[in-house]
Design a protein around this ligand. Sequence first.
Ligand code: ATP
Ligand code: MG
Length: 296
Amino acid sequence: MTEIPKNHPRYESLMVREQIAAGVEKGITSSQGLIAQGRGEAFDYLIGEKTIDSADYAEAVAVCLLLLAENPVISVNGNAAALAPEDLVMLAQLTGAKLEVNLFHRTEERVKKIIGTLKESGADVVLGENAEPLLPLDHERAKVEREGIYDADVVFVPLEDGDRCKALTDMKKLVIAVDLNPLSRTAQTAHVSIVDNLKRALPNMINMIPDFRNMEEEDLWEIVNAYDNNVVLVDAVETIKENLTAKQNELLGIVEDSDKKDGKPGRKEPKKQARIQRDPEIARKVMMRGGDLMME
Ligand code: ATP
Ligand code: MG
């Protein structure tokens, strides 16, 4: 493992990357999992690497649903097992959910290793070894256990594959997904889409459980019924837009001036063009677009 200096500006993110790389070395994460991690990092950057309010709300609703469910199941893949095995086990124990290993790049060896990791993290029972192809899918994600995901009424699916997410919703299961990409098929298909990093979502959900555990079912249903997943997705996209606009303004040298009465941002001299434009035609287009933006 590479030694990462604590004062590195991207320390946290690099440490998480090391965790995934260690998962690959141990044989619990697939090499494709590295790519999924990279995509997640990119979206986390755009989200601002924090739990936005709408994700916090979705996490609360997810906790309510897990507490209300008759047979809740937490589906675990190689990335989730590498990133947060203890939190997955704790969430399962505190909500009475079962844990089941379900992999896109399934090998029996990897299933066993993930089960081992979850047991080392405190789990008693982990399903997944006796999975049968019960879902209508042409890939290995189709393999689920009858008393597990197949019979579940609520399924919690961190870092899910869009195909299986759809298969689960088609089977009338309530699906809670954790996915940093609000545009992915998973986020668009799930009933509750948590647009947050799994590393932040799980501890946040665990902390919320005492608030909801003793509530009447009726009150929990009220929270669930008032929830609109579309609003949460719209908010995540809006957050990305705002973050991009703020960054763009910074590049344009526009400073937000909170004292201004008309509410429009104040302007500063644009920063000197630092980029080396090698192709004059591209340079011209970039300058024209930049110029137009500055005129707006
Ligand atoms: P879909 O199949 O739903 O359209 P995809 O094909 O774009 O999604 P996959 O490779 O199937 O993506 O799954 C990886 C997903 O998990 C990505 O959307 C990525 O943003 C997300 N992801 C990766 N790491 C994390 C993380 N730590 N927390 C939350 N989401 C993550
Ligand atoms: Mg996919």
